[in-house]
Design a protein around this ligand. Structure first.
Ligand code: RAT
Ligand code: ZN
Length: 448
C-alpha cells in the first residue's frame, strides 16, 4: 500500500510547511481559547482590598490582592530575594517590618535592576507588565505605582481576565481562616460575582483534627474529640452549611507528603473524618474532592508563605481512595516531579480521578513541558493541564501566557506525530481538543 510520506518528521528536524502551519494554528487556538482557571487564591471586590487607589476604599486586611507591590512581594520572590540578600544582611524580622512598598523596592532593586530577572517568577512580572502596556525596563517603581493607583479594582479584574483570556476564576475559600470566614458571615453576598466560583477549603479538618475539633465546637457544632457517630454527623452538618453558604463547586485540601490512606481499617483521625464525614457529604452533594498533595509546610517559617518545600508523596493512597469510593470524584495534583508519572497512570485506571495542573514548584517551563507531554501521551485530553494558583490578580496574565505557549508547543508536536501516520488533523479537531483541555475536562468533571 502506498503511504503519504509528506508529513513524516524530517530527520534533519527542519519543520515541513505543514508542521509550521499546524504549529501556527495550534498556537493561535491555544492562546485565544478562554480558560476556566480551577485553582487560584484570588477574590472578588466583595472581600475588600488592601491596595490603595484613587477610586476604591482601602481595607487593610482585604483579601483581593493586585498591583505592582503585591506582584513583587509574591512569596516566590521573597524566597528568591533571600538567595541574593541573605538573612545575615537583612534579618527576616527587619524585612517583615518594612512597608509593602519598601519590600517591593528591595525586591525590584535586587532581582530586577542589579541582576537579570531570569527565574520564572521574575520573568512572570516582566510578562505581566509588558502585556499591561507597562515598561519592564523601569529603574524604579514610580510609574508603575502611578498607573495601578489610577485603576479601579472592578474594571481591572475585567481587563486582566480579558488579557489572560480567563473566563472564570475559581477561588480557594479557607473556612478555618478567621479573616475569610468572618467576611462570609458578615456579608453573605461577598462571593456573588459571576466571574468567580467558590471552593470550600478545610485543611485542618484532615490534617489536624485536634485543633479543628475545638474550632467546630466554638462555631456551634457539637463535636467530640473521639469522633463518635454524633460528631461525624456534626462534621457533615458543618460541611453542608459551608458548601451552601459559599455555593462551592468543589471542596479542597492540601495534604502533606506523609499523607496515607490505607482503607477501612485506617482509624487515624484524618482518615476517619475523610472516610466517614467528608466523602459521604460530597457524594451526597455531588461535588468533587480536590487533593493537592506534597507540600511540607514551614521548613523555614521566617519566609512565611515562602517557607514550604516539596517531598515525594504516596500515589497508592490516591488509588485506594478512588477504588474505595467509586461514588466520589477526585481532583488531584501532586507537588513532586517524581510522583507525576505514577499519578497519570492511576488516572488511566479510575474514571473518578481527574489529574490537574503543574503545581507551584512545578510551574516552570521545563517541567510543565515534560509533564504535559507525558500526560497527553498517557491520557489524551482527559486531564486539566494547568491552573494558575495566582495569589495576585495580575499574575493571571503571565501564568496563562507562559503555560499556553508550552501547551501549544507540546500539542503541535503531538498533532505532527498524528499526521505522520497519515491521519489528517483539522482546525476543528484542534479547536475541540483545546476547548476540552482549557475548559471542558474540568466542566464535565463537575457535572458528569
Ligand atoms: O502556590 C502557592 O501559592 C502555595 O503557597 C499554596 O497556596 C498552594 O497553592 C495551596 O493552595 O496550598
Ligand atoms: Zn494554591
Amino acid at each position: 500500500m502506498k503511504r503519504s510520506t509528506s508529513l513524516r518528521v524530517d530527520p534533519s528536524h527542519t519543520p515541513t510547511d505543514r508542521q509550521t502551519e499546524l504549529a501556527r494554528i495550534v498556537h493561535s487556538t491555544v492562546h485565544s481559547t478562554p480558560v476556566w482557571d480551577l485553582h487560584t487564591h484570588l477574590y472578588p471586590t466583595g472581600f475588600g482590598s488592601p491596595v490603595p487607589t484613587v477610586s476604591d476604599s482601602v481595607d487593610p486586611q482585604g483579601l483581593s490582592l493586585w498591583g505592582i507591590d503585591e506582584l513583587l512581594t509574591y512569596h516566590y520572590l521573597v524566597a528568591e530575594v533571600y538567595r541574593v540578600v541573605p538573612a545575615t544582611r537583612l534579618p527576616y524580622e527587619q524585612f517583615w517590618r518594612m512597608s509593602k512598598s519598601e519590600q517591593a523596592d528591595h525586591i525590584w532593586k535586587n532581582l530586577f535592576v542589579d541582576r537579570t530577572p531570569l527565574s520564572e517568577a521574575c520573568r512572570g512580572v516582566l510578562t505581566t507588565l509588558s502585556l499591561l502596556g507597562l515598561d519592564p525596563n523601569e529603574r524604579n517603581l514610580d510609574n508603575h505605582r502611578k498607573w495601578f493607583a489610577e485603576q479601579s479594582l472592578d474594571s481591572h479584574i475585567d481587563r486582566v481576565m480579558d488579557t489572560a483570556r480567563v473566563s472564570r476564576i475559581t477561588m480557594t475559600n479557607a473556612v478555618f481562616d478567621d479573616n475569610e470566614r468572618e467576611r462570609w458571615l458578615a456579608t453573605p453576598s461577598a462571593g456573588a460575582d459571576a466571574r468567580f466560583e467558590a471552593v470550600l477549603r478545610f485543611d485542618p479538618l484532615l490534617r489536624d483534627w485536634h485543633s479543628a475539633g475545638p474550632k467546630l465546637r466554638e462555631w456551634g457544632y457539637e463535636v467530640d474529640q473521639d469522633l463518635d457517630d454524633k460528631t461525624i454527623g456534626e462534621i457533615r452538618r458543618f460541611l453542608r452549611d459551608w458548601i451552601g453558604r459559599m455555593n462551592a463547586i468543589y471542596c479542597a485540601v492540601s495534604l502533606p507528603p506523609s499523607f496515607r490512606y490505607r482503607g477501612a481499617e485506617d482509624r487515624s483521625p484524618g482518615s476517619t473524618v475523610f472516610r466517614e464525614a467528608v466523602l459521604p457529604t460530597l457524594a451526597e452533594a455531588g461535588l468533587p474532592m480536590a487533593m493537592m498533595i506534597g507540600s511540607r509546610l514551614q521548613v523555614n517559617p521566617s519566609l512565611k508563605d515562602g517557607g514550604d518545600t516539596v517531598e515525594n508523596s504516596d500515589v497508592a493512597s490516591v488509588v485506594q481512595l478512588c477504588s474505595d469510593f467509586p461514588d466520589n470524584r477526585f481532583l488531584c495534583t501532586m507537588l513532586a516531579r517524581e510522583n507525576q508519572h505514577e499519578l497519570a497512570v492511576a488516572a488511566r485506571k479510575f474514571g473518578n480521578l481527574m489529574v490537574f495542573g503543574c503545581w507551584w514548584f512545578l510551574n516552570n517551563p521545563s517541567l510543565v513541558e515534560e509533564i504535559t507531554r507525558m500526560r497527553l501521551e498517557l491520557l489524551g485530553t482527559t486531564f486539566v493541564p494547568q491552573h494558575s494558583d495566582a495569589r495576585v490578580l495580575d499574575q493571571l496574565i503571565y501564568k496563562w501566557d507562559h503555560s499556553r505557549s508550552i501547551i501549544a508547543k507540546v500539542l503541535a508536536d503531538k498533532y505532527a506525530d498524528v499526521e505522520a501516520t497519515g491521519r489528517r488533523v483539522s482546525e476543528t479537531d484542534i479547536q475541540r481538543d483545546v476547548q476540552h483541555l482549557l475548559h471542558g475536562a474540568f466542566a464535565d468533571f463537575l457535572t458528569p
